[in-house]
Design a protein around this ligand. Structure first.
Ligand SMILES: Cc1cc2nc3c(=O)[nH]c(=O)nc-3n(C[C@H](O)[C@H](O)[C@H](O)COP(=O)(O)OP(=O)(O)OC[C@H]3O[C@@H](n4cnc5c(N)ncnc54)[C@H](O)[C@@H]3O)c2cc1C
Length: 637
């Protein structure tokens, strides 16, 4: 597998500008001769589909939700970063670049991250022009708040609904193109396979989730913007529908999968309340602007929080990381929470919780100001827990939130499979081993609005596309395989529900490949996952038929893929014998419990190659070269 990152020559600051001007172009009259499939209508997919259609390409866009604007991006709460420096607090493109590289524990590509920081400023202008109602200061300037891993305020937001407002902006741009006939929108369609002809991605096979119809779609290029796979853990802050199927199927067709074990654990989620809970709820990182994390000083202290005097509280983040305090990055804040809970100082049922307390902010700013900033989040918390966070501190605990791993892409956002481009959370991303808060929305929109519109033209302009339509044997075979697989799932007629397998897999992964990982634990998971998978294919019970709406069948297909992909995650975590960002191997830590990187042996992206059903996947590496930042031990102290 060749891993040519295609990083342009020249100084970091001018790479993208110069490169853009050298990319091949497709003339306006020829653009309509090219068909492009975009799978996904979240921020990455909707922005890409709208922009490509606006440029003149024939676009087909797919999502499994009933409307493109129900993509998971709608859930994003806290905000989106951009180096506008409106606060005049010392921000710059360079600083955003540096914070992102450092936040990712030096496991991302310099050139891509710099470009991300550079176009961040354009994103805000684009969204404002679309009418996205960002919060504003009294004088009319856009407001900012702070997020973890930064000492400047660069996060633009729309109360606690930033993703929703940004998605409405992208969605209306998309719908405009649907109305103009430039995009054909396929809602409630799930991509089940990628079709490769002569070594190039030439189409997909989908299932109409309402009628069950299996159908092929051919194109000159395929763009996957299918989101992250955190839902593999069963309990996560992701929407229940999030899955790995599109990316995993593309992997099996030849696209390299990068750093699959890099998972982000978010420190501030509502703790699990029971064994049969189906998902977890995020409490936005923005809350750490004003909320203070603490636990009782003494282990086993069961007093109500308001009865514990100041002197008997441990504001552990402020104590351990005085320069960043409660705004320490997510991986660090999550581990710190786990550590105090492991010491027996956790609060709430089972001792798996810490307090996020707004008392001093309310005293300083007043309840109205806090409600103005976070009102909808406070209301959501109260509805779920029955506790009023204006009166008693929130209880929070880390949970799976985002996946930095994804399909490997070069500087053009093209995978190792020519013609297959990957955007947003689905690619292996610019976030290295840990994503900073408010950077996912930035990346998805950078990819969709500002990168792919240039780079896909370069690919299409190469030409050499033979005439391929859906009668090609590659499509016929892929369709047949999809049908057979669904029928096999229905025919098993076993005794266990799909959910019971998913829950068991999730618990195993959380235990062995979650916040802390060890060689023994990962080896044990690698033994157990194939057993669980075999049990699934022997004993799962999927009711109904393939020719109607059948959510149980949809879920079964996704869980079947999770059961294979889980193995790749564990293999990757086992092979990376260091700790970095969210990948914390207990064997590799500093004396004070921080992640201990091994730059000599692991300053690289690990890219996995599929080699066949019963073959071990191959591990390749893309060395990461740091010419502009100094590889240093991260310090937020
Ligand atoms: C609760 C929560 C809050 C967050 N808050 C923030 C925040 O404040 N700031 C921030 O920067 N990030 C935040 N994030 C992360 C961010 O929301 C996501 O990383 C980002 O929205 C992903 O966008 P995307 O376009 O890549 O994918 P998604 O929005 O997940 O969209 C995926 C699309 O792909 C489609 N799809 C997937 N598989 C298939 C298939 N097989 N066939 C057809 N269609 C398919 C789906 O239908 C959907 O349209 C948050 C995440 C969560 C979970």
């Amino acid at each position: 597998m060749e891993l040519n990152a295609r990083i342009p020559e020249g100084p970091l600051e001018t790479k993208w500008q110069r490169y853009r001007s050298t990319l091949r172009l497709v003339s306006p009259a020829n653009k309509r001769k090219f068909d492009v499939i975009v799978v996904g209508s979240g921020l990455a997919g909707a922005s890409a589909a709208a922009t490509l259609a606006e440029l003149g390409y024939n676009v087909s866009c797919f999502c499994f939700q009933d409307s493109p604007r129900r993509a998971h991006s709608i859930a994003a709460q806290g905000g989106i970063n951009a180096a506008k420096n409106y606060q005049n607090d010392g921000d710059s493109v360079w600083r955003l670049f540096h914070d992102t590289i450092k936040g990712g524990d030096f496991r991302a590509r310099e050139a891509n991250v710099y470009r991300l920081a550079e176009v961040s400023v354009n994103i805000i202008d684009q969204c404002v022009a679309q009418g996205v109602p960002f919060a504003r200061e009294y004088g009319g300037m856009l407001a900012n708040r702070s997020f973890g891993g930064a000492q400047v305020s660069r996060t633009f937001y729309a109360r606690g609904q930033t993703g929703q407002q940004l998605l409405i902006g992208a969605y209306q741009a998309l719908e405009r193109m649907v109305g103009a006939g430039a995009v054909k929108m396929y809602s409630r369609h799930e991509m089940l396979d990628l079709v490769v002809v002569d070594g190039r991605a030439r189409g997909i096979v989908t299932r109409d989730l309402v009628t069950g119809e299996i159908k092929s779609h051919a194109a000159h290029a395929v763009v996957l913007a299918t989101g992250g796979y955190g839902n593999i853990f069963y309990l996560s802050t992701n929407a229940k529908g999030c899955n790995v199927t599109a990316a995993f199927r593309a992997w099996r067709k030849g696209a390299g999968f990068a750093n699959p074990c890099f998972t982000q654990i978010h420190p501030t989620c509502i703790p699990q309340s029971g064994d049969y809970q189906s998902k977890l709820t995020l409490m936005s990182e923005s809350l750490r602007n004003d909320g203070r994390c603490w636990v009782p000083l003494r282990a086993g202290d069961t007093r109500a929080p308001n009865d514990i005097p100041e002197a008997e509280r441990d504001y552990y983040l402020e104590r351990k990381y005085p320069s960043f305090g409660n705004l320490a990055p997510r991986d660090i804040a999550s581990r710190a929470a786990k550590e105090v809970c492991d010491e027996g100082r956790g609060v709430g049922p089972g001792g798996r919780g810490v307090y996020l307390d707004f008392k001093s902010a309310i005293e300083r700013l007043g309840e109205a100001k806090i409600a103005e900033r976070y009102g909808n989040l406070f209301e959501m918390y109260e509805r779920i827990t029955g506790e009023n966070p204006y009166k008693v501190p929130m209880r929070i605990y880390p949970a799976v939130h985002y996946t930095m791993g994804g399909l490997w892409v070069d500087y053009n956002l093209m995978s190792t499979l020519p013609g297959l481009h990957v955007l947003g959370e689905a690619n292996f991303s610019d976030h290295g081993a840990n994503r900073l808060g408010a950077s996912a929305l930035m990346q998805g929109l950078a990819d969709g609005y500002f990168v792919i519109p240039y780079t896909i033209g370069d690919y299409l302009a190469q030409g050499g596309f033979g005439k391929v339509d859906t009668t090609h044997p590659a499509f016929v075979d892929a369709e047949r395989e999809c049908r057979d697989r669904l029928q096999t799932l229905l025919d098993i007629g076993g005794t266990r529900s799909v959910d019971s397998f998913h829950r068991e897999l999730g618990a195993l992964l959380w235990d062995k490949c979650g916040m802390a990982r060890t060689r023994d634990g990962l080896q044990e998971a690698l033994r157990r996952i194939p057993e669980l998978r075999a049990e699934f294919w022997r004993d799962v019970r999927v009711l109904g038929s393939a020719s109607t709406l059948n959510q149980s069948l949809e879920k079964a297909g996704r869980v079947a893929d999770f059961l294979e992909f889980a193995e790749l995650m564990c293999r990757d975590a086992l092979a990376r014998e260091e700790s970095c960002g969210g990948h914390f191997r207990l064997e590799y830590q500093t004396p004070d419990g921080e992640a201990l990187r091994d730059d000599d042996n692991f300053a690289h992206v690990a890219v996995w190659e599929y080699r066949g059903p019963d073959q071990e996947p191959g591990r390749h590496i893309e060395p990461l070269v740091f010419e502009n930042v100094k590889l240093a031990t991260r310090s937020y102290k």
